[in-house]
Design a protein. Structure first.
Length: 189
C-alpha cells in the first residue's frame, strides 16, 4: 500500500465544539502535529487548518463536519493525492469509547463527514482510523451525544486510544496498514 500523503482529522471548528465527542479527529491531529513539531495554520484556499511535513499533509477542515469533503477534495485534487493515500481520522458511534479500528473503504455508517468526503471524492476507498465514542442508545439522542463532551470515564478511555494511535504512527506513515491494524486492533475496550 502507498504511504499516506494526507491525514485528515474530522471535527467542527470553534471553541464551543473543541471538547465534543465529534472532535476526536481534531484531537488526534493536534497530537500528531505536536509529535511531528508542526503547526496547523489556517489556509482559506483549502478550507481548513494545514501543516506540511515533507510530502505529508495534515488537515483539519474548518467547513464544519457536514462539509468536510470540500476541504479534503480541494487539497487532494490540487496536490494529486489518490484516495488510497488519504487517511481520515474520525469519531465512531458504533465502537465503545477507547476502541480503534483501521480500515479502507466501506460505508459511512451515517457519519455526515464521511458521507460528504465520499461524495466529493466520488469514492469510498480512502483509509479510515475510527475512534470509538460509544452510542447513546437512542437514535434520537445521537446529535446531542456527538455534540457534547465525553464523560470523564469515557475521556479516560479515548485519550489512551489516541496515544495508541500515535504509537502506531510509524507503521501508518510507512503505509504498513496491516501491521498497524494488528497493533491497533490488539487492545479493544
Amino acid at each position: 500500500m502507498p504511504a499516506p500523503r494526507l491525514i485528515v482529522g474530522l471535527g467542527n471548528p470553534g471553541s464551543e465544539y473543541e471538547e465534543t465527542r465529534h472532535n476526536v479527529g481534531f484531537w488526534f491531529l493536534d497530537h500528531l502535529a505536536r509529535r511531528l513539531q508542526l503547526r496547523l495554520t489556517p489556509q482559506g484556499k483549502f478550507f481548513g487548518r494545514l501543516a506540511r511535513h515533507d510530502d505529508l499533509w495534515l488537515l483539519q477542515p474548518t467547513t464544519y463536519m457536514n462539509l468536510s469533503g470540500q476541504a479534503v477534495a480541494s487539497l487532494a485534487r490540487f496536490y494529486r493525492i489518490a484516495s488510497d493515500e488519504i487517511l481520515v481520522v474520525h469519531d465512531d458511534l458504533d465502537l465503545p469509547p477507547g476502541s480503534i479500528r483501521l480500515k479502507q473503504g466501506g460505508g459511512n455508517g451515517g457519519h455526515n463527514g464521511l458521507k460528504d468526503i465520499q461524495s466529493r471524492l466520488a469514492t469510498p476507498d480512502f483509509w479510515r482510523l475510527r475512534l470509538g465514542i460509544g452510542h447513546p442508545g437512542e437514535r434520537s439522542e445521537v446529535v446531542n451525544h456527538v455534540l457534547k463532551a465525553p464523560r470523564r470515564e469515557e475521556r479516560d478511555l479515548i485519550d489512551p486510544a489516541i496515544d495508541r494511535c500515535l504509537l502506531a504512527w510509524p507503521l501508518l506513515a510507512a503505509g504498513d496498514y496491516a501491521a498497524a491494524q494488528r497493533q491497533l486492533h490488539l487492545k479493544t475496550v
